[in-house]
Design a protein around this ligand. Structure first.
Ligand SMILES: [Fe+2]
Length: 215
């Protein structure tokens, strides 16, 4: 049995009676994650395991974090309670399925990513925001950018912008790390645009004079 099938069976067992809408969301994330894994050359099996497990602890009692999460993580979760489920889901992946660090991180940081994410982490984070059951306008816009415009960096940037705007409208303050990730992806998008226009010259000033012929 594939580990991804085991992960799927675990969430079905957990949510089949009481949280059917959560199950539909998880299947939507798995579908999008698999699609993106193929598109960006990431291990499909890893993407599926992370997708199935990413919300495993969505409704778990935050008290379960005691003795499992580090003290500083619990402190962080007290200020940003939506992080509990991601951190606990990652720990449950480790407890129930395996110890692949990339899968663990993809689950742990799926809410708004983190700086210098791996592609697997980026895929799970954006799959969560753009899976087919998401109907919020910003999610639909990001799905279009991802699927029709094939622009992963722009989709991630726009998703973070959407999340931060949503948080502000709700009177919540965005997590400082979330703002840093958004800024990182803004830079990536600017670089992509410059590269497309052949104006991205990171070597500028570093290699002048190295050639003995003139160009
Ligand atoms: Fe989710």
């Amino acid at each position: 049995m594939l580990l991804s099938d085991k992960a799927k069976a675990l969430v079905i067992e957990k949510y089949k009676d009481s949280h059917k809408h959560r199950l539909a969301h998880i299947f939507g994330v798995a579908e999008m994650a698999e699609y993106l894994a193929i598109k960006y050359g990431v291990d499909k099996e890893k993407a599926l395991i992370a997708a199935y497990m990413h919300d495993y602890s969505k409704y778990d009692d935050p008290k379960e974090a005691i003795g499992i999460l580090k003290d500083e993580e619990i402190k962080e979760c007290e200020s940003y309670p939506f992080l509990y489920h991601a951190y606990l889901s990652a720990e449950n992946y480790k407890k129930l399925l395996g110890n692949d660090l990339d899968i663990y991180n993809a689950i742990k940081y799926h809410v708004f990513g983190r700086e210098n994410m791996s592609i697997l982490e980026a895929i799970i984070m954006i799959a969560d925001y753009t899976e087919k059951n998401r109907t919020y306008p910003s999610c639909i816009e990001c799905r279009k950018i991802l699927v029709e415009d094939n622009d992963l960096n722009l989709a991630i940037y726009k998703s973070l912008e959407g999340m931060i705007e949503f948080a502000k409208r709700e009177g919540l303050k965005p997590h400082p790390k979330q703002v840093l990730v958004m800024e990182e992806y803004k830079r990536k998008v600017e670089e992509d645009v410059a590269r497309r226009n052949n104006r991205w010259l990171p070597w500028k000033g570093k290699c002048e004079g190295y050639l003995s012929i003139w160009y």
